[in-house]
Design a protein around this ligand. Structure first.
Ligand code: PMP
Length: 305
């Protein structure tokens, strides 16, 4: 069950968790008109810090812009709001969920007459894709969103109806996650994770044109890989590469860096976390856990006792 906190930020003010309620006739309930973010705050030996907070808030504003939802806040204001709510709640490490949506106004599909509401909640949250020994995943029978239907670069609530189909199918068939192909049959992403594949020492990931979210962990891992001298290639990837690769892993705020043990019951390599995944996994966790200097300024400090 979700662990609650004292406060939720709403349109510029902190309100009690139980008061953060909306009317059933709100536009978002009927038509999925929301955009949101998922952000992690990590603990370091000397405090706590939010991972790539401005990048997440810039993506929220981008998602809103795609859906013609002008948010009345700047990136800086939204970042301050996150720091405020974390500090008021005194909960770190934590997961942070900012959401903007079309509220209570009109009942018709046209969203333009409904007010825009912005909320930010934070709460404790652990590992997302189960299995420290790696995830056993499948290729989904569902495709990811086709271009020119639902824009994949927007992190919109309605996109997660597709994610839910992928995730439920995986779970019911005994897998911990599903990887969806795009409409052309190339690899896309997991229901809530970007996908990386290692073969012959090269790190491959699907380009933004293949119906994926512009993942912030994805971009962080690409940066770290280049610094470690690993060649990174973004290109359309065929499904069968998953069966013959040396290593594969997911990235995401929730999933962090999670290696894939098997795909469709075919072992990835020997099933253990391979050397390139391990190097990137360790580099990522050393930075967010404060065991290595935050050389990219990826952490925004929060003051939580
Ligand atoms: N793809 C999808 C569909 C997602 O929901 C997420 C999680 N936000 C990701 C990829 C990973 O993105 P990020 O690293 O920014 O969390």
């Amino acid at each position: 069950a979700l662990q609650t906190t004292a406060n939720i930020w709403h349109n510029g003010q902190l309100i009690p968790w139980d008061k953060a309620q909306i009317h059933v006739m709100s536009h978002v309930i009927h038509y999925g008109s929301s955009v949101f973010e998922g952000i992690r705050c990590y603990s370091q030996p000397n405090g706590a810090g939010v991972f790539r907070l401005p990048e997440h808030m810039a993506r929220l504003i981008d998602s809103a812009k795609i859906y013609r939802m002008p948010l009345p806040y700047t990136v800086d204001q939204l970042c301050s709001a996150v720091v405020d709510v974390i500090e008021a709640n005194g909960v770190a490490p934590c997961y942070i969920r900012p959401i903007a949506f079309r509220g209570y106004g009109e009942v018709g599909v046209n969203p333009l007459k409904s007010p825009i509401e912005v909320y930010i909640a934070n709460f404790p949250w652990g590992k997302y894709v189960p299995g420290n020994d790696g995830a056993d995943v499948c290729v989904s029978s569902w495709s990811r969103l086709a271009p020119n239907t639902m824009p994949s670069l927007a992190k919109a609530g309605a996109n997660y109806m597709n994610s839910q189909l992928i995730r439920m199918e995986a779970e019911i068939n005994g897998y911990s996650e599903g990887i969806a192909l795009d409409v052309n049959g190339y690899l896309s992403e997991g229901s809530g994770e970007n996908l990386f594949i290692v073969r012959g020492g090269v790190l491959y990931t699907t380009p933004l044109a293949n119906s994926v979210l512009n993942g912030i962990t994805r971009s962080s891992v690409i940066t770290l890989a280049k610094q470690l001298g690993i060649e990174v290639v973004e290109q359309a990837l065929p499904r069968e590469l998953l069966y013959i690769c040396d290593e594969a892993f997911f990235t995401g705020t929730a999933a962090e860096v999670t290696h894939l043990r098997s795909v469709d019951r075919i072992l990835v390599g020997d099933g253990t976390m391979g050397p390139i995944t391990t190097a990137l996994h360790d580099e990522f966790f050393n930075i967010v856990n404060g065991l290595k200097p935050d050389r990219h300024n990826w952490l925004t400090p929060v003051n939580v006792k």
